[in-house]
Design a protein around this ligand. Sequence first.
Ligand SMILES: [Fe+2]
Ligand SMILES: [Fe+2]
Length: 255
Amino acid sequence: MNEHAHPLSVSERADELEEEKMHEMERILTKSTIAHLMDGEVKMDTSPEMRAKHPGKFFLMGDDPRLPPMPEEPTLVDYFRRRFASTAHLLQSATHALKGGQPEKVVLACLLHDIAIVSFIRCDHGYWGAQMIEPYVEEEVAWAVKSHQALRFFPDESVGYGYPDLYKELFGPDYRPEPYIVEEYKRARAHKWYMTSRLICLNDIYSFDPNAKVDLDDFVDIIGRNFRQPKEGLGLDNSPSAHMWRTILWPTRFL
Ligand SMILES: [Fe+2]
Ligand SMILES: [Fe+2]
């Protein structure tokens, strides 16, 4: 360990631990620029710099050994179990929709509405999530996931949806959605599938019931009937969003 004149900050210590771990590994792991941007730094891992730090090693071009191993032909359920950082909110939303007698497409939309947040990227999560699932679900389901991005900020008293109290706590009482969200809301409000997306908001349960029993197994059949699992494995097919699933599969692949 290095001697430092001043005590290490938490993030410096985390960097140091990561560095130590890297030295033990067979391959050089790199972070994407977006990961550095998320750390508040405009920088990138360059190959000369990384090779100088890890002489004689090759870059990782496949599975990250720190992550749970995925099967050869991964399914959506495998991603739920081994890549999604949290599934309680999704399962509670889908359970709420199921108990409310909603059709399977709505239950599926609730089950998938925040998958971008739990596996990928928060910012504009509705758009990312919709693109991830678009090739594999009914168009209406993907549209509903995309549109909940905007609809959740706008009340519809006719169906009993008010602006979430939680948002006032999270974003402050003065937060107002950006103009592109307002425009998206207007388009969604006038769309023939408006209510499908609004049903995501109505089943978007913010206060977790710790006693609620939720289980992914309850949704495996619904997924089977409504999500076109590619036979090659999700991400290993050639759909327009397969690369997004591959990125979640191999987030530290060099190229
Ligand atoms: Fe959401
Ligand atoms: Fe949600």
